[in-house]
Design a protein around this ligand. Structure first.
Ligand SMILES: [Zn+2]
Length: 93
């Protein structure tokens, strides 16, 4: 599992996008909004893109991203680290 978060470094957003480029198919991402609010997506879900139109700059890793090609690894992480259960994106899961 790889973690990309702005709190860990200013290149996090670029590194996250690079990871997605190389792992687009059959990979999974947990987007963590707060301590106990996290949602599981497929890596290519449109919820995880930063295409908000020209001139809009958004860091995707302002909310930490937990990434893996192994969905079970992410589910196990959520089980151990979240008091509440992991949500699943209704669009992509
Ligand atoms: Zn999704």
């Amino acid at each position: 599992m790889e973690v990309f978060a702005d709190a860990q470094g200013e290149n996090a957003n670029d590194e996250y996008k690079s990871w997605k480029e190389h792992n687009r198919s059959d990979s999974y991402v947990i987007s963590r909004r707060s301590r106990n609010d996290a949602m599981l997506h497929r890596a290519d879900c449109w919820h995880l893109t930063d295409d908000f139109g020209p001139g809009v700059v958004v860091s995707l890793t302002a909310k930490p991203k937990y990434c893996s090609t192994d969905k079970r690894e992410l589910e196990n992480w959520a089980h151990e680290n979240l008091d509440k259960g992991l949500k699943r994106c209704r669009t992509c899961m």
